[in-house]
Ligand binder design. Sequence first.
Ligand SMILES: CCCCCCCCCCCCCCCC(=O)SCCNC(=O)CCNC(=O)[C@H](O)C(C)(C)COP(=O)(O)OP(=O)(O)OC[C@H]1O[C@@H](n2cnc3c(N)ncnc32)[C@H](O)[C@@H]1OP(=O)(O)O
Length: 269
Amino acid sequence: MHIDKLLDSVKQQAQSNINEITLSVTSSWEQGRTLYGGISASLVYQAMREAVNSEKVMRSLSTNFIGPIQANSEFTISVEVLREGKNVTQVVGRLVQDNKVAVMSQASFGIARESKVNVPNNLQHNMDYPQKPKLMPHIPKVTPKFIGNFNLAKNKGGWPFTGKKESDLHGWMRFKEQPNDFSDAHLIALIDIWPPTVLQMLRWPTMASTMSWNLEFIHPHQKISGSDWFAYQAHTRQAADGYAHTEANIWDKHGSLVAISRQVVAVFA
Ligand SMILES: CCCCCCCCCCCCCCCC(=O)SCCNC(=O)CCNC(=O)[C@H](O)C(C)(C)COP(=O)(O)OP(=O)(O)OC[C@H]1O[C@@H](n2cnc3c(N)ncnc32)[C@H](O)[C@@H]1OP(=O)(O)O
């Protein structure tokens, strides 16, 4: 099931003034007992996006993954605009399946204003754009299905369960089947695709789930094509007690920083 089909359904239902958007996602997006977090966050975001004037763009998105979402089973997404100011609109989105809240997101959408403050981003990634990418291997019964929707090419760090000592992960990512019109919803779905940084330190397959995700988008975004690669560099700040705290920077193909991401991941090992 291509992401565009899901996003289009959210848009159509929101534009028909349906308050509770109803969807179901096929198992091609499964991650163990739940759905890939990038797809559920992206769908909730899209529903929130439809409730806000398009001049305001998403500047921050905080998502809590509260409980598992079953594939091939209906869920609803509802949105509440908490406050609409001249510049900023604050929105919450909630995904519910079987009367249980599975995802809660809160987003701030802000308009671009004239400003005397201008601090450019000088952080660069120094990775060559992938010409002959070394893609993540597919290992039956180990590689979750959702990864099949993307291409991942690693530059630094290890693949999951390879017993590495390091806990940083760098590389390039893109959609395998390119979206028609690349939007911020696609970028959200893409950024979560890397396995949690600490899984490379383990020797055996184990469960891990993102618990919470704070994402900031740096605007303006340049025109993005659906086949573009994005650079990703993630760093583990700390991990103990079964939780890892990680942060990542994401650049577009022109080397512009487009997002800053921070996650808390529950690791069951
Ligand atoms: C060489 C190349 C190799 C390539 C190889 C590639 C491998 C590549 C790995 C990628 C790994 C991606 C990781 C993506 C990151 C998200 O995208 S995850 C999706 C988004 N997150 C979610 O949906 C989480 C929703 N929230 C929750 O499920 C719960 O709140 C939390 C976060 C798991 C909290 O845990 P809790 O309170 O302990 O929850 P509870 O319901 O009591 O369940 C705990 C049990 O669930 C299990 N569990 C946790 N997550 C899962 C899961 N997804 N599925 C099944 N069981 C799970 C735990 O292991 C634990 O098992 P037991 O100890 O009972 O045996």
